[in-house]
Design a binder for this molecule. Sequence first.
Ligand code: BG6
Length: 482
Amino acid sequence: MSFPKNFLWGGATAANQCEGAWKTGGKGESCADHMTAGCRQSPRRITRTIEAGVNYPSHEAINFYHHYEEDIALFAEMGFKVYRMSINWTRIYPQGDESTPNPEGLEFYRRVFEECHKHGIEPLVTLSHYEMPFALAERYGGWTNRQCIDFFLNYCRTVFTEYRDLVRYWLTFNEINILANSFGGYMGGGILPEADSLMFGALEESQAVRSARFQALHHQFVASAKAVILAHEINPDNQVGCMIAGSACYPLTCRPEDLLAAQKRMQMGNYFCGDVQVRGEYPHFARRFFQENGIEIHQEKEDATLLKQGHVDFYSFSYYMSSCASSDPEHAQSAGNMMSGVRNPYLQTSDWGWQIDPEGLRWYLNEIYGRYHIPLMVVENGLGAVDKISEDGKIHDPYRIAYLREHIQQMQQALEDGVDLIGYTPWGCIDLVSASTGEMEKRYGFIYVDKNNEGQGTLKRIKKDSFDWYKKVIATQGEDLD
Ligand code: BG6
């Protein structure tokens, strides 16, 4: 079976990882602007003030802000039908709590969306991709504060209204389930650590901090539901999705205890947020989880109704890897996107230790579709790898082509299985800053950007071999994957 005619082929980025121009056009500081560069061995730091002489990669990133016309033309050349990007909240409301928007920010995204349409590309817009205004984190405690729901809704109303005729596909919070993890407080929830700290530093947290994190997550659930309701009111054609960091987790052995461990990981890693956003209610296992972890969250009377009414239209997710769960604490952990786990002896890993598992994508698609029965979209997938310019001046990236080919084949299988899969936007379709490490040289793109980890380079764009390959894949609707 080939992909349906209207399948949304494209690519994905996020504002804080590609736009740069962090102080241009009236933009305020976002949480991402306070994260230094790091690498696999040395984690990024979160700093309250911007330190002189330190590399903060979001400040310039790949300067999409000034290169968007060139970049969108390249996406169009590959045949993109959709381009997933995010609006940086701080371009529209620099501090987050203003009552009037910043006209220059509104104008910038209008130009970007118009440019997409000029090329026949449909924008798919994430409203919040790790880009909370830093002022909200500093002055309000980020999403732990219920007032943020109103600030967010104000921002949503502005952009839904302003781009009513330009954007139809929206995602509320990128990888909302990052807040279900101890390291997700700052990036996902704007919860500032007490002192300057390492990005993945807060693994040991007190009961109070844990409760605050789940309170923040609850506020995002309500904000997301209200945004869905509002989006439909402003334009009934709007389609709004959730965005979950998809993690397939297998039992390491057939020991029943391992099976239970894997089930628990699937529950808290995927279904906890998915159930609230798709089914409109907390899952059955939430009560015990809260109880055993000393978590108490406060819900207002209207929340249950809002969650029910504001269920999403489609389920989108990122998928990079899978992991295993074991009841034996001795087993080796593997690195990974959000949820690391026990190493799977049958899988290869990327240079960053992420376990490559195309079949896991098919399994995950079937699992999620079986649970929710709403359209699915893979809005992130790809291989972060080091690319080298070869002597012929080209970038040969067969490893990336192989990774993507195998994942597309498994999507094809899932379609055969009967899954309603509507789109695919591989991550970092143009090289950009890595979210977890802040590196430039962890590259995902079809388009190379000349910039190194120290922030030096001409920013020149060069097509990689995977560029022509993906162009052919789209042109043949996935028939020709060679
Ligand atoms: C997802 C995020 O977790 O994975 C992206 O939504 C991120 O923002 C992507 O860039 C890949 O992760 P990394 O750490 O390799 O950039």
